[in-house]
Design a protein around this ligand. Structure first.
Ligand code: NAD
Ligand code: ZN
Length: 343
């Protein structure tokens, strides 16, 4: 089968011809239909410091995916050949302190598809049966491949109630755009987003944002205070991983507000924690992955009901062979989600 893999300690990937994997006990073989690019895959493509320390090569990459189950291993009980599934990419142990406290998203023995095990930029992939989420067969495969990142956005925006509340979302990359969509269908008002890239500013408007601010051109704090009648945003979701966005966002959050942090920062962040958090009485959530599987129920309900249309976020489709073109586009930032259509 064809697969895209990291084979050398340098920038780039390689397309390879490798044997179709065999599902072991409790595992299933999936024929991949669509697999989207996550920011993590771009880090691995660029071979930055994090990825060069984290990834053991050779490794088939990719993890946001959907496909059809074609073979099952021994003792697989619930998933059957023919099932059309999306995949939860966190392979958890179900036994550690976090898992036994129903916090599988922070499993202490977590393995990640496409990082610790061979991933989904391939014609076939093997995953544990527990990681399959069965979809309605009418769902387009590329939309089904986005249920995983949409789950990040669902947990970020909905870590507490937001209906009728003002929300500030910093960063309109794919996850910020999905967060705008979740906030919109959940009744938040006004939805204020920030972004510096013009292509993504326009995408935010397409997703129904009420106000979108460019911090390179305007003062975010002043604009948010103005829009919220001097109160600040009741909810702040940080989805850029940019230090300035975080600090401006904390300043612009209402006293007693709720903050959800999804963005990952390149280095340590320094700010006045007394004035910006403690003395404002903010409640802060760190968001990672998705709740396994309560988030998936919410995500699927939003998508399959037709309430939330995430198709504007998926801006480009490529064949596996075009991986260089796809990753070069990702590097420009002039895109939303980019997906490989496979098979
Ligand atoms: P992305 O890099 O495509 O998007 C970030 C956006 O922020 C970009 O469009 C960028 O132009 C914008 N930005 C940069 N500086 C800004 C500023 N000062 N103000 C406003 N916007 C600014 O990333 P993504 O795929 O959308 O993911 C968003 C973040 O979430 C990333 O930091 C990513 O690493 C992180 N992430 C976390 C998890 C998790 O489980 N915690 C999972 C996936 C992604
Ligand atoms: Zn665990």
């Amino acid at each position: 089968m064809k697969a895209i893999a990291k084979t050398k300690s340098e920038k780039g990937f390689e397309i390879m011809d490798v044997p179709v994997p065999t599902p072991g006990e409790g595992e299933v073989l999936i024929k991949v239909k669509a697999s989207a690019i996550c920011g993590t895959d771009l880090h691995i493509y660029k071979w930055d410091e994090w990825s060069s320390q984290r990834i053991k090569i050779p490794r088939i990459v990719g993890h946001e995916m959907s496909g059809e189950v074609v073979e099952i291993g021994k003792n697989v009980k619930d998933v059957k050949p023919g099932d059309f599934v999306s995949v939860e990419t966190h392979i958890v142990c179900w036994k550690c302190y976090a898992c036994r406290n129903n916090r599988q998203e922070v499993c202490m023995n977590m393995k990640i598809l496409g990082i610790d095990t061979d991933g989904s930029y391939a014609e076939y992939v093997v995953v544990p049966e527990e990681n399959c989420w069965k979809n309605d067969k009418s769902l387009p495969p590329e939309i089904a491949s986005l249920k995983e990142p949409l789950g990040n956005a669902v947990d970020t925006v909905l870590s507490e109630d937001i209906s009728g509340k003002s929300i500030l979302i910093t960063g309109c990359g794919p996850l910020g755009l999905l967060s705008i969509g979740v906030a919109k269908v959940s009744g938040a008002y006004p939805i204020i987003a920030t972004e510096i890239n013009e292509y993504r500013i326009n995408k935010a408007k397409e997703m129904g944002v009420h106000y979108v601010l460019n911090p390179l051109k305007e003062n975010v704090y002043e604009a948010v205070m103005d829009i919220t009648h001097g109160n600040g945003a009741e909810v702040f979701c940080e989805v850029s991983g940019n230090q300035d966005a975080l600090i401006e966002g904390l300043k612009a959050t209402a006293s007693g507000g709720r903050v959800s942090l999804l963005g990952l920062f390149k280095s340590d962040v320094k700010f006045d924690i007394n004035d910006l958090v403690v003395l404002k009485g903010l409640k802060i959530y760190g968001i990672t992955g998705r709740k396994i599987y309560s988030t998936w129920y919410k995500t699927s309900a939003l998508v399959e009901s037709g309430l939330l249309d995430i198709s504007p976020v998926l801006t480009h489709k490529f064949k596996l062979e075009e991986f260089d073109k796809a990753f070069e586009l990702m590097e420009t930032g002039n895109c939303g989600k980019v997906a490989f259509i496979i098979g």
